[in-house]
Design a protein around this ligand. Structure first.
Ligand code: 1PR
Length: 555
């Protein structure tokens, strides 16, 4: 078998490369049109925009050779955008033609009742009887990782995927869509097998092992649209690793109390020497792998002092990302220092280049902190008119909005009735003790307060094209007092993109509270995992017991 992988330059293909290597396969990248002639199997992975993908293939004279490859009957496996380009068109870019192999259109999810992008884990269902061989390793008892705003509909509308193509369907909110398609030599998944732990590895392996696929995957006569309506969307548990160099220059996982990561002199048993040192809770890659194996649905690295130096020169951090991507087969988010900067030699390095370096190292998403605050300040000063130049916009344009997370670091700003001037009056929260506050944005890891409120930030970054908000709370960080539910509800109601609740988790019940009392898509914790106080499977078991949809422990 000569396996080729087609990389269209957007997003993280390194994870697929790592998965194939882990499974023991060797492969080559498609570099020129002639490579299609040499391929006996082809995988086209990718996230991002329909138009960007088609234009990339057209500009490099790869589109027609790809079409010829598929019509030659040799096996094709499309992942995410590799599924969508099989269709005639997409409402994402009406004037752009897809390959037209599947005679219907890709459409946007409806965001009136749910967050879009559909980002996270979901279940798949077969629509008819399938032999075990015909499943291609997909299982309706497993969950898979999705990240997309557009879908191949399966909702009885005229643009639905033709029945003979549907392999599995999934449901997000009230909408059902084809989560995988299969016919003849073509197999494609909307989900990312390379990011779906062991369940995804099984799909890749089965497809690679199978000889040419038969033409009779699922007889259309048994396709039924009367499957039970059940939203399979799963609430994610995210493990976060704050990373920085310690005083000896080694990268360590640290953890602050309200963002202060230095050991306190008052801590029991600490010598004078230890007091004031950067708290060291372990090695980044070791901990990331441990959390992956324990069932974390996503891993987040935050390079918390990156604002001090240029990330493109931060080789140890890039090495951490590369090494983690070889061990962790769930999504990896990397934050810290994602912004435009100028090298010491005067060379301008745009944020999109920084992000691209992390994607090529194995990150799936980048998280932007301080620079998002500055971008929204500029947006407001420009009467809410985006200029297309911010880090959020340029990265979202190139890699898709699902690849752009904004990490917000708000802090309560308490109101003094004597001096209050009416600012942010529609965002005021009142506590039981009579105190009132609004949530003020900060930059540089909480070191600097800005006038912007977290609601202005959330709405602004959504407008600029962010795909998700990682919502920290400086007041709750490291306290173990539980998530700030007021903050989370305020932000969640303000935007239609997914929100990850962060800061303050101290017990299993805090995860129940956040999922029961808010509509947040994911909950993140750091300290309780690093100190071994709570295990991820225990959280999941408790959530599942209460009827909250989780991904079973399975790596
Ligand atoms: O501004 O784009 O360079 O990004 C810097 C990033 O580093 C931001 O995402 C910012 O949140 C983060 N950061 C900066 N300084 C600190 C610090 O702690 N001194 N960490 C910091 C923020 C907060 C959470 C933490 C949760 C959960 N860490 O990510 O993991 O609060 O903690 P808990 O479960 O223990 O309560 P830029």
């Amino acid at each position: 078998m000569t396996l080729y992988v087609l990389d269209y330059g957007a997003g993280n293909v390194q994870s697929l490369a790592n998965s194939l290597t882990k499974l023991g396969y060797t492969f080559q990248w498609v570099k020129c049109p002639a490579d299609f002639d040499n391929a006996s199997k082809l995988i086209f992975p990718g996230v991002g925009a329909f138009q960007t993908a088609i234009e990339y293939l057209t500009d490099r004279h790869l589109l027609e050779p790809l079409r010829r490859y598929i019509s030659s009957g040799r096996p094709y496996f499309g992942i995410c955008i590799g599924l969508q380009i099989l269709f005639q068109s997409s409402t994402e870019a009406e004037s752009v033609k897809g390959l037209g192999i599947i005679p219907s259109s890709i459409e946007r999810f409806d965001d009136s009742m749910k967050a879009v992008p559909h980002m996270g884990w979901n279940r798949t269902f077969f629509v008819g009887q399938v032999t075990s061989e015909a499943t291609v390793g997909v299982s309706d008892s497993e969950a898979y990782y999705f990240v997309h705003s557009y879908k191949a509909g399966y909702d009885s509308s005229s643009s639905d995927v033709p029945a003979k193509w549907v392999h599995t369907i999934s449901q997000y909110g009230q909408e059902r869509f084809a989560s995988s398609v299969r016919h003849g030599n073509v197999f494609a998944t909307q989900f990312h097998p390379e990011k779906s732990g062991l369940a995804g590895m099984t799909v890749l392996d089965q497809w690679l092992k199978s000889s040419d696929l038969d033409n009779t995957s699922i007889p259309s006569s048994i396709i039924s649209k009367s499957l039970p309506q059940k939203d399979g969307f799963i609430r994610r548990i995210v493990a976060c690793l704050d990373v920085r160099a310690n005083d000896d220059g080694d990268l360590v996982v640290t953890k602050g109390d309200q963002y202060d990561v230095r050991e306190k002199f008052s801590s029991a048993g600490l010598s004078v020497k230890s007091a004031g040192a950067v708290r060291n809770l372990g090695k980044p890659v070791t901990l990331a792998e441990r959390y992956y194996l324990a069932g974390a649905d996503e891993i987040c690295f935050l390079n918390i002092t990156s604002f001090r130096s240029s990330p493109l020169h931060d080789q140890p951090m890039l090495a951490v990302v590369r090494a983690a991507a070889e061990k962790v087969y769930v999504p990896l988010t990397i934050g810290g220092g994602i912004k435009d900067f100028i090298d010491p030699d005067g060379t301008f390095r745009p944020a999109v280049e920084v992000a691209g370096t992390y994607f090529r190292a194995g990150a799936d998403k980048v998280s932007i902190g301080s620079d998002a605050v500055f971008a929204v300040e500029k947006l407001l000063a420009n009467n809410n008119q985006p200029t297309g130049t911010s880090s959020i916009e340029t990265i979202a344009k190139m890699y898709g909005r699902q690849a752009v997370v904004v990490s917000a670091d708000p802090k309560r700003s308490y109101i003094d009735p004597e001096t209050y001037n009416g600012q942010h009056s529609d965002e005021i929260v009142r506590g039981d003790d009579g105190k009132a506050w609004w949530y003020q944005c900060t930059v540089s890891g909480g070191r600097e307060l800005r006038e912007l409120s977290v609601i202005q930030l959330a709405r602004g970054v959504e407008l600029l094209g962010a795909g998700e908000i990682l919502l920290n709370s400086i007041d709750r960080d490291g306290t173990g007092q539980g998530f700030d539910l007021d903050l989370i509800n305020l932000v969640k109601r303000a935007v239609n993109i997914p929100v990850v609740a962060s800061s303050g988790a101290g017990s299993v019940s805090h995860f129940m509270d956040v999922f029961n009392s808010t509509k947040v898509e994911a909950a993140l914790a750091a300290g309780i995992f690093h100190r071994g106080e709570i295990k991820i499977p225990d959280i999941k078991e408790a959530l599942s017991f209460k009827g909250i949809n989780i991904r079973k422990f399975n790596t």
